[in-house]
Design a protein around this ligand. Structure first.
Ligand SMILES: [Zn+2]
Length: 250
């Protein structure tokens, strides 16, 4: 079912509980189907292969199998409610991860919001101008903005009887794109710190869940995930790798 086509359906729903997503048991992604010769060459052949694409890190996960099973809309659950609670979870978990590595993400280490060897995101300021910001500033803006939306009853209603606004799908799509950028920066610039904390199974699972959910409910644009051929997003290759391993759908 298309999330975007669901607008106009009955929006009656129960109050949202801050329920966690299903917590999986420890496992690893099954790498058996993956054949490294079957993937097309990356456009960034000159750059060394990032660690997140290397074994055993690329297979490290808390969840075994395809993520589609945990993103499907549960029976009797309103689709708006399902999207809202999952966005809340993705935001909360990502914020916790970033909080742990925040000391390593400074104006000196990350003077731009990088997400690939030649990709730096820009922020649209109040004058509608596109500006480069240090990554910690950019991420602080994103997380504060998202937190304010999540706290806003008129955007993410939690009380019984209040409806989601018509603009809800486009708002969450916007949130998704910005959270993707935070994931992309952490993978690109701070994956070694994730490894140092031995958190790669958890972080990979969170990101794979985020990608699967975004694809299922049309919140994630492939152009945002992959970038352009001249400035690819680093994690675009990770998505391709997980797709080839059977963890994500195409
Ligand atoms: Zn950084």
């Amino acid at each position: 079912m298309s999330f975007f086509n669901s607008i106009g359906r009955s929006m009656t729903r129960a109050p949202r509980n801050a329920k966690r997503s299903p917590t999986p048991t420890s496992a690893t992604f099954s790498p058996v189907e993956y054949n490294s010769n079957s993937t097309p060459p990356s456009p960034v052949v000159a750059a060394p292969k990032p660690l997140y694409l290397c074994s055993p890190f690329v297979e490290a996960a808390l969840v075994k199998g395809n993520f589609k099973t945990i993103v499907m809309l549960p029976k009797y659950v309103d689709i708006m409610e399902w999207v809202a609670v999952n966005i809340f979870d993705f935001y909360t978990n990502l914020n916790e991860f970033y909080g742990v590595i925040t000391e390593c993400c400074t104006q000196q280490t990350c003077p731009t919001m990088s997400a690939g060897s030649v990709l730096n995101y820009t922020w649209i300021n109040q004058d509608r101008k596109s500006v480069h910001l240090p990554a910690p500033t950019y991420i602080d803006y994103v997380m504060t903005w998202a937190q304010n939306l999540l706290d806003d009853e008129s955007v993410f209603p939690t009380k019984s009887g209040r409806d989601f606004p018509q603009s809800f799908p486009s708002t969450v799509k916007h949130v998704y794109r910005q959270l993707l950028r935070v994931f992309a920066h952490i993978y690109h610039a701070h994956y070694h710190q994730i490894l140092h904390l031995r958190s790669e199974p958890h972080f990979n699972s969170l990101f794979a869940h985020f990608l699967a959910f975004g694809r299922e409910y049309e919140l994630l644009e492939m152009k945002d995930l992959k970038g352009s051929s001249s400035a690819p997003v680093g994690v675009g290759a990770l998505w391709e790798r997980w797709r080839d391993m059977g963890i994500l759908d195409g």
